[in-house]
Design a protein around this ligand. Structure first.
Ligand code: 6GU
Length: 292
């Protein structure tokens, strides 16, 4: 996968060269290009912002530097895709007939442009999985009060534009959000995480929060480890872990269970769900109506 990020603080993204994603770049699984928006200005002060039409507080990011930067991103991504043995060819599995049908011919498919914004759709693990299938991603980091809205209209003719938020709070700019999203997507690329099993068992992989984990010593400062984990009975361990996932999810994120598919859960899990105040109806988990 190739990822392009445009920002007025390219150094902000430096940590993406470290650790797991740094290794992925060395191994050629991920190509990350960070672009300085100010490189697409021509005045002495490299101006990227101006006062808002209509008045009001703060500054707005000017349209033209964004258009030039995003045109540069498009050209760079196209060049990567055409290189023989590039990620555009070798790194991406051949699309299945079904995928090709869904997405149209690769040439007609617009590259994804993510615009981090507290006004976007909330980023989820499902979205991370979806994005990890793309050959290229671009991120446009806004600062100040935002980017001139006409850039988004212009970009929508060239990219599949997606405003995305990390959650219901406000950051000073898109950079920190991009770090989170690139890490969440990058670790899903084939070969990036050493043991792919760990992707299957983690929080949100199955719509539930992760079960608690323990390591040696078995008695630590008076706190023991749940007996079942020391029993060597793999079946019992598995059902205990699933029960813990359900209890934790109900306690911390009850909305994740409401409306979830009940099919994966057997008798024992359904009993736990009932105890936690949920019922199963039409194959879905629902919060039970409070008793009168
Ligand atoms: Cl993606 N951007 C900004 N500026 N603030 C946020 C956010 C994104 N997600 C949550 N807050």
């Amino acid at each position: 996968m190739r990822i392009d990020v445009v920002s007025i603080f390219p150094e902000y993204l430096a940590p993406l060269r470290l650790s797991l994603l740094g290794r992925a770049q060395e191994d050629g699984l991920l190509e990350l290009a960070v672009h300085d928006l100010r490189d697409f200005t021509f005045d002495r002060h490299r101006t990227v912002d101006d006062t808002p039409y209509g008045g009001g507080a703060g500054m707005v990011m000017k349209a033209e530097p964004w258009a030039l930067a995003l045109e540069h991103v498009l050209a760079s991504q196209a060049a990567t895709a055409e290189q023989p043995g590039s990620m555009g060819e070798a790194g991406q599995a051949a699309p299945t007939e079904e995928a090709a049908h869904d997405a149209g011919p690769a040439s007609a498919r617009r590259p994804v442009l993510i615009v981090p914004s507290p006004a976007g759709a909330v980023f989820t693990q499902a979205m991370a999985y979806e994005l990890s299938e793309e050959p290229t991603l671009a991120f446009a980091c806004g600062r100040y009060e935002g980017i001139d809205e006409r850039v988004l209209d212009w970009a929508a003719q060239r990219f599949d534009v997606r405003p995305v938020s990390l959650g219901d709070y406000v950051l000073n700019g898109g950079e920190v959000a991009v770090m989170a999203m690139v890490e969440a997507v990058g670790r899903l690329l084939p070969g990036v995480v050493g043991n792919p099993e760990s992707l299957v068992e983690e929080s949100h992989a199955d719509g539930l929060l992760e079960y608690p984990v323990y390591t040696k010593p078995s008695l630590w400062r008076g706190h023991g480890v749940p007996e079942v984990l020391l029993s060597g009975n793999h079946g019992k361990v598995a059902s205990w872990r699933l029960e813990q996932q359900l209890r934790r999810t109900a306690a911390r994120r009850p909305e994740l269970l409401d409306g979830a598919d009940a099919a994966p859960y057997g008798k024992a899990e359904r009993a736990v769900l009932r105890e936690l105040g949920y019922e199963v109806a039409d194959g879905r988990i629902r919060r039970a109506a409070p008793r009168a």
